[in-house]
Design a protein around this ligand. Structure first.
Ligand SMILES: Nc1nc2c(c(=O)[nH]1)N[C@H]1C(S)=C(S)[C@@H](COP(=O)(O)OP(=O)(O)OC[C@H]3O[C@@H](n4cnc5c(N)ncnc54)[C@H](O)[C@@H]3O)O[C@H]1N2
Ligand code: MOO
Length: 417
């Protein structure tokens, strides 16, 4: 059996980036840029003021003090968006933050250091030449690359792209990810339960949400019974998608038909089946489509195994497909709280932990029940702690690597800032 890291390498090596499309900037949040963003002009476009006050000539305020202020004639105003006056010797202009520096002026004195009487301004302090002036091109120059392609578009990127006047932007396409739920016992939401043998699906909707969170497009293509005809028919619905995810039916049971049928019905070329990991051992992975550009993941039915396989194998692949520069999950080192013991150590185990930050270190708190079927253990978890092959025990306080799959609820209230 291959190890998790080898499996991930195979997945990544066989994942191709999709093409790009044009979207409205306001719809681009969370997408990945497929073009460099280039400055259309200098920013600021011209020298302007960083303060409300007076634009002056440095020569005129040189040596000004409380006792011996410079006294200048006010000849106009330079407001943001307005046309500034021209300043000559002995003159000053009102200026407001963002206002263009008047011709002749080279320094701005903030209002607090001045007093106005009649049409004259008294300046009580000398400031260095150029004070409070934001120079043309101080942020960036026309033609500068402001954001490189393959960056995720967040609010800051939306702001910068907007500032260079691009109402539309090229982004990589979103993968269309088909979900086929399999198993005679599985019921969709709202289907009536008539026997204890029936199980309400969790995988279908957990996967749907995980795909949405990644920024791709989930499509539920159906629920298939453990029946060859039903399975074949529903597999055919996956043809227009970029990735097919099936859940259930990939182990060694008589009714575990998925692997065989994806090969015969869709032409999937299976690249691995079974990974020395817990949860998610029987996961299968393959490529298909005309140019082997599509991916297949046969995900085990156990609900934790299903979510885990998505986070650790499917998510990096989707991120690569949708253009991400860095598609790997973040990994941190944390101190394990309470310790962890296991009898068999033949698989690399990924235990559900909640990460918190205390006394300048990350603490990983494992969830009590670690079975692949205990989905509630995922509810408070944001990381998978890695217990390596051959390791039967990690003691309280020992270090453990943790794959973070959600950074939205790191408990950081004890960090002093
Ligand atoms: N003889 C062996 N049996 C099993 C092995 C093995 O190596 N030898 N591996 C075990 C491991 S590990 C896993 S993981 C499971 C995976 O099996 P399958 O992918 O074939 O999944 P199923 O048998 O269809 O289902 C497993 C379990 O999960 C429940 N399930 C399935 N789909 C859903 C769903 N959509 N929502 C919620 N729960 C679901 C299902 O009812 C089963 O209880 O195989 C072991 N067996
Ligand atoms: O690999 Mo399975 O997920 O241990 O139950």
């Amino acid at each position: 059996m291959i190890k998790y890291k080898e499996a991930l390498d195979i997945v990544i090596k066989n994942t191709k980036q999709l093409g790009f499309e044009k979207v409205f900037l306001k719809d681009a949040l969370g997408r990945i840029l497929a073009e460099d963003i280039v400055a259309d002009r200098d920013n600021p476009p011209a020298d302007n003021s960083g303060m409300d006050g007076f634009a002056v000539r440095y020569e005129d305020i040189k040596g000004a003090t409380e006792e011996n202020p410079a006294v200048l004639e006010i000849v106009g105003e330079a407001k943001a968006g307005g046309n500034p006056p021209v300043i000559k010797k002995g003159q000053a202009s009102y200026i407001f933050t963002g206002g263009l520096i008047p011709e002749g002026a080279d320094t701005v004195i903030q209002k607090e250091l001045t007093k106005v009487e009649d049409n004259k301004v008294f300046i009580f302090q000398e400031l260095p030449k150029g004070a409070n002036i934001r120079p043309q091109g101080g942020d960036f120059k026309k033609g500068d690359i402001l954001i490189k392609k393959r960056k995720k578009i967040r609010s800051a990127e939306i702001g910068v792209i907007s500032s260079v006047n691009k109402p539309t932007v090229y982004v990589y396409q979103k993968p269309r990810v088909a979900i086929l739920t399999t198993g005679d016992e599985i019921l969709d939401l709202a289907e009536p339960i008539t026997s204890d043998a029936q199980i309400r699906t969790s995988n279908t909707y957990a996967l749907y949400a995980q795909i949405l969170e990644t920024g791709a497009e989930p499509i539920i293509i159906g629920f298939a019974k453990d029946d060859p005809e039903d399975l074949k028919r529903k597999l055919s619905y996956a043809k227009s998608c970029d990735i097919l995810l099936t859940t259930g039916g990939v182990s060694v049971g008589e009714y575990d038909l998925v692997k065989d049928f994806v090969c015969t019905e869709l032409g999937v070329n299976i690249l691995f089946w079974k990974v020395a990991q817990k949860p998610g051992k029987p996961v299968a992975f393959g490529i298909w489509g005309q140019e082997k550009e599509k991916l297949f993941f046969g995900i085990p039915g156990n609900p934790v195994a299903c979510m885990f396989v998505y986070e650790t194998l499917v998510k990096p692949a989707i991120k690569k497909m949708m253009g991400y520069e860095n598609y790997y999950n973040p990994v941190i080192t944390a101190k394990l709280k309470g310790g962890y013991k296991r009898k068999k150590a033949d698989r690399q185990e990924f235990i559900r932990v909640a990460i918190e930050y205390k006394n300048n270190e990350f603490i990983a708190k494992p969830f009590g029940k670690q079975g692949s079927n205990i989905l509630t253990g995922m509810v408070n978890a944001n990381g998978f702690g890695v217990v390596n092959i051959g390791v039967n025990e990690i003691k309280e306080g020992e270090e453990i690597k943790v794959i973070l799959f959600d950074t939205s609820f790191l408990d950081t209230k004890d960090i002093e800032i």
